[in-house]
Design a binder for this molecule. Sequence first.
Ligand SMILES: [Zn+2]
Length: 90
Amino acid sequence: MRMSLRDLLTCHWSALRIQRYLDADPCAPLPPEEVARLEAHLAVCERCQQLTAEHQALRGALSSWSAAVDEDSLARLRGVVDELSRQDRP
Ligand SMILES: [Zn+2]
């Protein structure tokens, strides 16, 4: 599939929001119009679907560890994951 510049920009925009979208963090919620835009893009974009699946797999791994790991270790681990995902950002 050939992508237009507009598609690429939407992908970039979406990639920056997928983690927040999945977290549904009450401290930093996505505005409803951004959720709608992101969901519309995810419905048509394989690249971002893949990215979402990766985030979900990572979250699944983290939550299954959290049963066995104490809170402090988990907080540190989350910090590492946040740091890694920030490195992709401008
Ligand atoms: Zn995309």
